[in-house]
Design a protein around this ligand. Structure first.
Ligand code: NAD
Ligand code: WQD
Length: 332
């Protein structure tokens, strides 16, 4: 297939591009590089041994999108979005404009170019604080911050579009906590400034780039008192996108899938696993709970297994080992 990948230079997008190229798809990336660099795309091509087409542009810019669609596109994977929860609370309009505005503009361009197949990056954030874990796709949706609201609204817009246009097919993928890196260590996650997420923070402490990890709360009702999450390897996530594309291409309508392993690890278990993988100490200090955090969030991924045939294959040691290989390569 000819695939357009929005946000393809980013963390999850770059790994997905490797998998798509290796599976024989033709890939066009549109990315405005607001949270990435073109170096990742050079490395993607190196790893896959195949070229891709890159349009540097914004998904809200219709001219840039028209260039991306020129030559024909069969399906779109839409990663492009701003994703920092804390930042979204301070700049909600920027998030609404970039994420929701970008998605509307993309759907308009898809319609104009008769591209009817869409795979969308949603997030477990749409569940807010669920009543039960592991959480299933039919759990109530309740968001707690503007970033989460953009994901929920985008899901709803895509659903409405699918209802209105019977030829359109969409798959909404709700990722839990993607971590790790390509096993080569050539591409990975390198957030600007202080990392918001746990794994890149731990990796930077292990590499000596930061002094210690702040553990946000050890008084949660979990076995060791720290927050429990469902971490999944970014390469497993990348493969899920290739499978979701096949699924969407074969039907119409809108489907939603959780993507996680179904197993939770606590912050302290993550620290211990990273110490094992890196052979480095990860000093930490316990601080108060982070505003808006919940005790435990894990996926019930059985729908993705049953309908997409997808299961996560990489374990926690692989997630930490690959993240460490990447981190070593980018640390001075
Ligand atoms: P990322 O920031 O590394 O990648 C996003 C890419 O989109 C970046 O390369 C950025 O430059 C680009 N981009 C942003 N706005 C754009 C715009 N208007 N036009 C063109 N390009 C634009 O983030 P990621 O971790 O790879 O996340 C990818 C997607 O997955 C996002 O939609 C994110 O919300 C979603 N998601 C991520 C996580 C996670 O923990 N990483 C979890 C759940 C969902
Ligand atoms: C994991 C655990 C923290 C950092 C976020 C978004 C979510 C999704 C994935 C995009 C929690 C603890 C963290 C630190 C810590 N992204 N922690 N010290 O909060 O599950 O989800 O990323 O859609 O929307 O909210 O992930 O990695 O930030 O935190 O103790 O320096 O690590 O309290 O228990 P989270 P996270």
């Amino acid at each position: 297939m000819k695939i357009l990948v929005t946000g393809g230079a980013g963390f999850i997008g770059s790994h997905t591009c490797v998998v798509l190229l290796e599976s024989g798809h033709e890939v066009t990336v549109i990315d405005n590089l607001c949270n990435s660099t073109a170096v990742a795309l050079e490395r993607v091509q190196e790893l896959a041994g195949k070229p891709l087409r890159f349009i540097e542009g914004d998904v809200r810019d219709r001219n840039a999108l028209d260039r991306a669609f020129a030559g024909g596109i069969d399906a779109v994977i839409h990663f492009a979005a701003l994703k920092a929860v804390g930042e979204s609370c301070g700049q909600p309009l920027r998030y609404f404009d970039n994420n929701i505005g970008g998605t509307i503009s993309l759907m308009q361009a898809m319609e104009a170019h008769s591209a009817n197949c869409l795979v969308f990056s949603s997030s477990a954030t749409v569940y807010g604080q669920p009543d039960n874990v592991p959480v299933r796709e039919d759990a109530p949706l309740r968001v707690t911050n503007p970033y989460g609201r953009t994901k929920l609204v985008m899901e709803q817009l895509i659903r409405d579009w699918c209802i209105a246009r019977s030829e359109v097919s969409a798959v909404l993928l709700r990722y839990f906590n993607p971590v790790g890196a390509h096993p080569s260590g050539r591409i990975g996650e390198d957030p600007h400034g202080e990392p918001n997420n746990l794994m890149p923070y731990i990796a930077q402490v292990a590499a000596g780039r930061r002094e210690y990890l702040r553990v946000f709360g050890n008084d949660y009702p979990t076995p060791d008192g720290t927050g429990v999450r469902d971490y999944l390897h970014v390469m497993d996530l990348a493969e899920a996108h290739a499978m979701a594309l096949q699924y969407a291409a074969a039907r119409s309508g809108c489907e939603v899938f959780n993507l996680g392993t179904g197993h939770g690890y606590s912050v302290l278990e993550m620290v211990a696993a990273f110490e094992r993988a890196s052979g480095r100490k990860v000093p930490f200090e316990v601080r108060s709970r982070r505003l808006g955090d919940i005790a435990e969030l894990t996926a019930d991924p059985s729908r993705a297994r049953d309908l997409l045939g997808w299961v996560a294959r990489n374990n926690l040691d692989a997630m930490c080992g690959d993240a460490w290989r990447w981190q070593k390569g980018i640390s001075p």
